[in-house]
Design a protein around this ligand. Structure first.
Ligand code: PEP
Length: 252
């Protein structure tokens, strides 16, 4: 039986003051025990989050990491080892904003996945197609290609040590959520592909959906058999909304 994960990606939002208010709101929520919870704040605020969330079931994540596990001459980067020391348990890798705006290739994403695992972090590997690719009927091919490098290096067992996030690019930050059926179709396709390689491990992989998840669409998405929670961007900046999404996962 897979647990659900509800994860919040705060992206490049917040000030010390607004983070304090958001954390106060998060600390007032009634969290479902059976759901894994995680937030990925901007790195500068990880320590603030760690202190405020001490004793809470919310875990911390980096939004990205260097492809080198520990230390080195990589100006501006943060290593998985540093995230781990700061109290993170997860790190997002391969977010479409990193792929598209910072030219991260599948190979670079795979190196980051490897570096994260080497430091004991759970990488949250994001995959997903653009609108143009979906319209051209290329979703399975694109997602398959994004997964391939990691599968070749780590197998399904390696993937199961992390989390997979299906995030159609056209649904991120646009308000255009994939319908539960559209999302389930891709999640099931991914799991079937993994099962062809290793059925037992494939059933263990947490596959979360991301793309304009909100309190009012979360329940229907999470009710789908292969959707194991959500990676939430915009709505995670509102504590009550994020709390409601987590509780929807608790009812799934
Ligand atoms: C994201 O950035 O991963 C995301 C899913 O954003 P949003 O929920 O705002 O679409």
């Amino acid at each position: 039986m897979r647990r659900s994960l509800v994860a919040g990606n705060w992206k490049m939002h917040g000030t010390r003051q607004s983070v304090e208010a958001l954390l106060a709101g998060l600390n007032q929520q009634d969290w479902p025990e059976q759901v894994d919870l995680m937030i990925a704040p901007p790195s500068l605020y990880i320590q603030q989050c760690r202190e405020s969330l001490e004793g809470s079931q919310i875990r911390l994540a980096g939004q990205c990491c260097a492809y080198q596990a520990e230390f080195g001459a990589l100006t501006g980067e943060i290593s998985p080892a540093q995230l781990r020391e700061a109290g993170c348990e997860y790190v997002i890798v391969g977010h479409s904003e990193r792929r598209n705006l910072f030219d991260e290739t599948d190979e670079v994403v795979c190196r980051k996945f490897a570096a994260a695992l080497a430091c004991g972090l759970r990488p949250v590997l994001c995959v997903g197609e653009t609108r143009q690719q979906r319209d051209a009927g290329e979703t399975a091919e694109v997602v398959g290609r994004q997964l391939q490098v990691v599968l070749e290096s780590f197998g399904v067992g390696g993937l199961a040590q992390g989390v997979l996030a299906y995030e159609p690019v056209w649904a991120i930050g646009t308000g255009l959520t994939a319908s539960p059926e559209q999302a389930q179709e891709v999640h099931a396709m991914i799991r079937a592909r993994l099962a062809m390689l290793d059925d037992e491990q494939a059933q263990c992989v947490q596959i979360v959906y991301g793309g304009s998840v909100k309190a009012d669409n979360a329940e229907a998405l999470f009710a789908m058999p292969d959707i194991d929670g959500g990676l939430v961007g915009g709505a995670s900046l509102n504590a009550d909304e994020f709390g409601a999404i987590a509780r929807a996962a608790g009812r799934a």
